[in-house]
Design a protein. Sequence first.
Length: 390
Amino acid sequence: MYLTIGAILLITQCHGGQIAGAREAREDAKAFRMASKARLGFEARVTAIAETDTMPRNSGDDAADDPAIWVHPEQPERSLIWGTDKKGGLAAYDLTGKQLTYIASGLPNNIDVSYSFPIGKDTIDLLGVSDRQVPGIVIRAIDRSTGEARELEGGRLEIPAEQMDEVYGFCMYHELATHRHYAFVNSKDGNIFQYLISAKPGADGIILDLVRKLKVPSQPEGMVADGELATLFVGEEGAGIWRFSARQEEGTEGSLIPMTGMDNPEIRYDVEGLALYLGSQGKGYLLASSQGNFSYALFTRESPYTYLGSFVIMDTQLIDGVEETDGLDLINLPLGPDFPSGLLVVQDGYNYDGNRPRPQNFKYIPWERVNAALKLPLGMDTTYSAWMGR
């Protein structure tokens, strides 16, 4: 049994608009009705085939926020989805959506994975988050055989309040040309800090050095960095997507990408989660969630970042659709029989089981469904993994 739009609106009216979901529509029933109506105008529609368990500490309000896909180096079907619970920790899910572990730690917001970081005699993968309790960032090591995440010495970095009023968005950046690893974190005042991640000599730890500061005019959150094309994309929630060079040696001026804001009638604020589908020779896609109409906008990965279209995620008889997504992640690699062409994972701001509201969770969409819905011109590159550096 799924929840129809009409049933959602009835519940919204009965509860004065205070239903589980992201900030804007949860507090405004009219905004929810307008976004729901706008969503029905999109012809490109896909559905999810799996959804995650809800987090044990998720109280039912705005808690689940951002996912990150970690690919197992030898058995892709054992890959994990890490998700943040803003109320108190991190959860790891398998590809069926079953929760495997929960790390009660801090107040994490955004999360990302970076591959092939050399430390001592080993090479590890990194799992990083922005954390409002620190406040700052926390970086962990991922065990490549089990997927378990452990804290690293020096992996907690506090950012003084006078530098950032509230840490918010986060992403990692593995610069393939130099083999350097970085973390980007932003705050609600528009500041963006770039940190170089280095291995601590003689210890199983890391050093985080601030190397550059960037800025956008108003509140950002979603970010994603392209390790091959050395590009950082930043979502300014009420304006669109900014492009910066990700190289620490480059300047700090950015440019707002056309058709990512109000100049595109199919995008309505807030612009939130950002992710990349990475193909060879710079091909692939940049994906953004558009909260104001519960949709997702797709662009080419390389300049001039051509707008390719938008799609929505609708109900099935078993899994409800997706509304007002915060964070999302995307992978081009096949992850077992259910995801032969890659995987899209999105946060669901309004999770329902039938007519019963449930705490927020994450939905899984096979990428070939998006490819078919939008009739994408670039095709799919499901074998390209050089960006992982493994």
